[in-house]
Design a protein around this ligand. Sequence first.
Ligand code: PHE
Length: 449
Amino acid sequence: MNLNENQNRDQWGSKLGFILAAAGSAVGLGNLWKFPYTAGQNGGGAFVIVYFAMLLLVGFTLMLAELVIGRHTQLNAVGAYRKIKKNWAFVGGIGVLASYLILSVYSVIGGWVINYIVKALTGVFNTGDLNALNDVFGNFISNPTQPIIYQAIFVILTLGIVIGGISGGIEKYSKILMPGLFIMMLLIMIRSVTLPGAAEGIKYLLVPDFSKINGSVMLAALGQVFFSLSLGMGIIITYGSYLGKDTDLPQSAITIPLIDTGVALMAGLIVLPAVFAFGIDPTQGPGLIFVTLPAVFAQMPLGQLFAILFFVLVLFAALTSSISLLEASVSYVVDARNWSRKKATCILAAGVFLIGIPSSLSQGSLSHIKLFRGLNIFDTVDFFTSNVLLPLGGLLLCIFIGWVWGVDNALKEASNNGKISFKLAGFWSFVIKYIAPIAILVVFIQGLK
Ligand code: PHE
């Protein structure tokens, strides 16, 4: 895949290849790591139901909007906005900034995952003792050097793939590894939901307690929709730009979120039943999967093997997302500054590594630094990107399609000039013009109060 504006553009090898690559960007640490702990922190079922509402109103709508802009312009995010309306290029710019900052924290967690592969290989989890597992995790993330070394390894892996181009490697491997992840998750989920005491966790995740819904739960759910679907930063625009006219965009805009949400729910059904079965605090935050999952593996036949395979697959899911995050800024710099792909990738990757270091240290030696609302550096970057920059990018995207470019133009592209039937066209137009921007704005203001 070639992301340079000026050259002959590649297209996805097949429809399935595109869906899997887009799902590969969407499915990542957002589903496996962030969804379970964010649900845990925000009232479980209450969060999940608001998440679904946001997904229906905002997720599908914006997924289609980004695909449409991408295929129409056949350009990267900044170029695409600029081509349709010159002074809107800055929206693409917000996206590039957001993706860069997200990658800086993403790499920290990616590093943790790599370390957990090593731990699984050496049998560290075999004890199954919860206190021990808690200590293992706490000692690792608060160590001043270890997590940074692993974070560097994650950045280097991402860099290696992005330098080499994407289609031959990632697209090919996605086809094998994504289904592999799915099957593994199914098996682990069965173990988790049949643990004694698991029912409480299933209830916590699926039965909403409506009294827990408030502004910050809604903002967390909105931010999670954006983060998990890779929306609001032009990544889906870029992916859509490699599509041919025969692809059914409205259908893709439904399939990708469905896969993404399916994986997130499975992750929730792996983590939360185990959390309750082992008496862990569901609101504990980012460490949730790193403590509960090893405990589940210890209770499974062939647990060590499962642990190794599972963390390897998590790493792969994370890489198919991180490459799309790095690619956003690489393709921008290559176009705007005329740097070579290699130079751009190396310099940007080095930068993202350095920016990530304070986030990593905020789990240990810098944990006393609270930047905003009592959040440490890591959580502040996460909040500012997922819950501020991405919704902002999404809001501007709605205004752009609904009021600047016009829904009629967008619909022409979505239906390929009427050749593909799009039954929900009227509904989609209404949502993108009125409902989605108002919903984003209201949630945004409520959540920031
Ligand atoms: N959607 C990815 C995940 O859930 C993360 C991501 C966000 C990737 C934004 C690209 C853009 O892990």
